[in-house]
Structures are given as C-alpha cells and as structure tokens.
Design a protein around this ligand. Structure first.
Ligand code: NCD
Length: 508
C-alpha cells in the first residue's frame, strides 16, 4: 500500500460529510480497502485487534446493510458492537433526546458511534455532544458519506484503481435520496467526471447539487430518456423512491411514482446490449420494483458486490479512526461549546425612536420587531404558549408594512425564540430595561424544515459558519439568506466576521 502522506490522518475524526474528505484522503481509503479486498480474495481475512474497542450504533431509522456492514467491519477488526436499530425498545420512545442518548452511549463505554436519523444535521449534533468520534450512517435527505465511499470503491475496483474519467448515470429518486447527494459530492473530487440523468422534475437532480457539481467542473447532463443515459455510461446508479422523505399525501405520492416508474424502471429490455455496471445502494422496493427481477440475473448487476464492498471500506475507515486512540475515562460532562448558539446577529441600537409606536409605553419586556406582515397574531398566540399569561400587544403598521409584538415577558428561552422564528423568520428581538433598548439582535434559525435545529425538543442551539461569504447552518449546511430588509450591510458583515470559517469539531 502507498505510504500515507503526512497530512492524511483519520485518527479520532468524525465522518459527517463526504465534503470533509479530500481527494487524497479518499484515494488513501480506496487503497487501504483494496488491500483488505485482496486479502479476502486470497482466502485471508484482514483482522486487527482494536483492543476490544466498542462501536455503538444509534440507528433511529431502519437499516439492514449499513448497520450490519459496520458491525461486521468492527468485529472482524477485533472490536465489539452494541446499540440499537430502530427506536422501538429504546428510551427514544419515552421522548429521550439525541443529546442524552449519545451521552448514554458514552456512559456505556462506546469508543466510536455510528448514527442514522431522519433529520438533516442530526449526526453533526451528535458529534458535537460526543467526546468520541461519530460517523454519519445517513442523516435525513442530507448525506451518507460511508455509502459514497463504498460506491466509489466499487467503481475504483472495476475501473482499474482509478476514479478519474468516469461516466456515471444516476436514476430513480434524485430529489430525496442522501446517497446520491454524497456520491455526487464524492465524485466531484476527480477529473473528467460526467454525470447523466433522466427523471421527471419531481424526482430530478436538486438545483443546489447541480450548481455545486458544475462549480467543481463536473459535466452534468440531463437526458430525456433513460435509454439515452444507459447507452453512454460505465456505471448506472439506480435508487428507490424515498417515500418517507416526500411531503404531501403518501397514497397520492405512491400512485404518482408508480406511474413514473413505468418509464424509469430498469428492465431487461432496457439494459440489453449495454455493458455498464448496474449499482444501487439498496434496498430495492419490492412493491414499486425500480429494478425488475430479471435484471438480477444479468451480467450488469453489481449491487450485491457493491454491498460487500461496504465491509472493506468500513473496515478501512474504522481501522484508521480508532488505531492508536487512547481510552478516555467517562466524565458525564457535556462540552461547554454546545451550551449556546452563535445565531444572534447583533443590531445597532438607535438612540432615538419614533414617538408613540414602539416601546414607549413599556418599561421592561421584549419587543419582537420586523415580523412578517400579518404574522403578529400568530406570534402572539405562540408567545402565550411559550410564556403563559403575560401582557402582549400585537400591531401591524399599514404605513410601513411591518408587524411587531410588545410583551411584558422579560425572558424568552431558545424554544420560545425558535417558535417565534417558525411563525416569522428573522425576528428582531429588543430586550427592554428601564424603558431603554438594552440589547437588540436578529435571531437566526435555519430555514430547512428538516433541519435538526428546528426540532424544539432536541434543543440544538442554532450555529452557523461562513463559507465563501455565505452564512451556512452548521448542522444541515444549507445556505442561510437573512431576509430582514432593514439589515444594514455592515451589521451582516460584522456578524459574518464572528463566524468560524468551517465546521470545526467541538468537544473532542
Ligand atoms: C440507503 C439509505 O439509507 O439512505 N440505504 C443504505 O444505506 N444502503 C438507501 C435507501 O434507503 O434507499
């Protein structure tokens, strides 16, 4: 195996997004995986003694492959596995939050945690809580980095140990699948990559993925028909419709998708005469049958070996992350960095205010300003829920098209502030003491409805980082646009300057 260049180290690292890995790091893992693969082929299984280190799997969503692949990898390396797959039978059913579940994994001596969860950014949150490394086994519609590694590894083995100059077709549900997101990002590290796809708009490639790929010089080509894609690719990566991630009526969705699959299904007839390799992260949905049964017996079928390749890739990764890590005694103390967010965009406090409208008639309390027109009553009701009985006056000023709410509440906790944000994004919070504005900030909460920061009971403090002048959510990594039209440029700029420039690990 090639010698590891100095900068490459996976020791004790979290694996949250495939975007955090460089081309060199990916290729290093490919080579290490290939060594393990070769040993297995020659009848010698690669083993190691990870000193009986413990892998804890916290899978809030169903899994057959990922969980067993991680378990096989860990056990073959001499480690031990425990955890849960599916919420039933755990205290998640008693409303235990992610934070406490993760601390419990550590309390029962986990050396590494693999987590899967339906919310975007949830695994980054677990990594922020944990003192041990955390691997993302799939978060919402967001990412599945180890799946991307094993997908690349499958291509690498077939393509004579190379990942440049690869022509891939992708199909099925491009819009809601996390495997496609991670695979596309992973491929974008390599040269001369072409991605072809044909799908209906509702299942099509998300615009943000296409934009990112183009920025990284990947050719993304949309075709009218699947057969045009199949003619020109080395690999075709099919995926199942992700019904559980679709909004709207499930019965209607099922009907609509079944109809679309009549056009997009992979059948023997479609693949005959082509020699691409057919991949799929699995599972295939046996009801909708995005891959027809006859195709299973074709020479193109590569998805079962693809699944086995996951064991080599995960072995390579676990070996690298855990080798040489030192056991640290459990303390039960949470990392201090997760106490609060960095989401308060400070605003300038004006010395004078217009008479008779704003806070003049309250001495102390909170005024929520710059609410979206006509949301003031909803905010008022929300505050009643969050704060109980208190004086609340809501107003809508027709001349300025703005709403605000004056309250005698002196303290609004994070859940209360998030509830307000969900009624009207970017509220300006004015804390009034002795008739004066004492503090004034815009409370930013990620706009992605599936982001973990929007789940009140999880109490994830919203955190942002800056990337290329953009504000991005630390958890789901979606770009955040501040909507407040009154925001001065310098206030936004000042806020950006306070943000970290990457998703730096905390608490490790
Ligand atoms: C995928 C997932 O969970 O995202 N499964 C897997 O890990 N192989 C794909 C899917 O469920 O469709």
């Amino acid at each position: 195996m090639k010698k590891k260049v100095e900068q490459i180290s996976f020791k004790a690292r979290d694996i949250i997004s495939i975007q955090d890995l460089t081309r060199e790091e990916i290729l290093y893992l490919m080579e290490k995986g290939k060594d393990m693969y070769t040993e297995e082929q020659s009848g010698n299984r690669y083993t190691n003694s990870l000193g009986k280190k413990v892998l804890f799997h916290a899978f809030y969503q169903d899994s057959t492959r990922t969980i067993n692949s991680f378990n096989a990898a860990m056990q073959e390396l001499g480690g031990i596995v425990r955890g849960f797959s599916g919420k039933e039978g755990t205290s998640v059913m008693k409303k235990e939050c992610i934070r406490d579940t993760i601390v419990m994994a550590e309390a029962t001596h986990a050396d590494i945690i693999v987590m899967r969860h339906p919310k975007d950014g949830s695994v980054q949150w677990a990594a922020d809580v944990a003192h041990v490394p955390v691997i993302n086994g799939g978060d919402g519609t967001n990412e599945h980095p180890t799946q991307a590694l094993l997908d690349l590894f499958t291509m690498y083995l077939i393509n004579n140990d190379k990942l440049d100059n690869v022509n891939v077709g992708i199909g099925g549900d491009l819009a809601h699948g996390r495997t496609i997101r991670s695979l596309c990002a992973a491929l974008s590290n390599f040269d001369d990559i072409t991605i072809r796809w044909a799908a209906d708009d509702i299942l099509g490639m998300p615009d943000d993925v296409t934009r990112c790929l183009k920025k990284r010089n990947v050719a993304v080509i949309r075709h009218k028909q699947v057969k045009d894609v199949l003619r020109q690719v080395m690999f075709y990566y099919m995926t199942r419709p992700q019904f559980e991630m679709m909004s709207g009526n499930p019965v209607e969705n099922q009907k609509k998708i079944l109809k679309l699959l009549d056009v997009y299904r992979i059948t023997l007839e479609k693949i005959t005469g082509h020699n691409f390799k057919l991949m799929h992260p699995l599972p295939v949905n046996s009801e909708t049958r995005e891959i027809d049964y006859q195709v299973y017996f074709s020479a193109q079928q590569h998805f079962f070996t693809q699944a086995e390749n996951g064991v080599f890739m995960r072995k390579a990764l676990l070996d690298e992350i855990l080798e040489g890590t030192i056991y640290e005694r459990f303390t039960g103390i949470l990392p201090d960095e997760i106490r609060i967010g960095n989401n308060r965009l400070k605003r300038r406090i004006k010395a004078r205010r217009k008479e008779g409208r704003f806070i003049d008639n309250i001495h102390g309390g909170i005024v929520l300003d710059h609410l979206m027109p006509k949301t003031e009553d909803k905010v008022k009701e929300t505050l009643k829920l969050a704060c109980g009985d208190c004086d609340i006056i809501s107003a809508y000023l027709h001349d300025s098209d703005k709403s605000f709410v004056k309250t005698s509440v002196t303290y609004l906790d994070e859940r209360g502030l998030k509830m307000v944000c969900m009624c009207s994004p970017d509220p300006t919070v004015n804390i009034i003491h002795n008739g004066h504005v004492h503090e004034k900030y815009v409370y930013l909460l990620c706009r992605n409805d599936n982001c973990i920061t929007r789940v009140l009971e999880e109490d994830v403090p919203p955190r942002f980082y800056k990337d290329d002048g953009n504000i991005k959510c630390r958890y789901c990594r979606h770009t955040y646009e501040v909507s407040n039209p009154n925001m001065a440029q310098f206030e936004r700029k000042h806020f950006l300057a306070t943000l970290p420039s990457s998703v730096i690990p905390v608490g490790k």
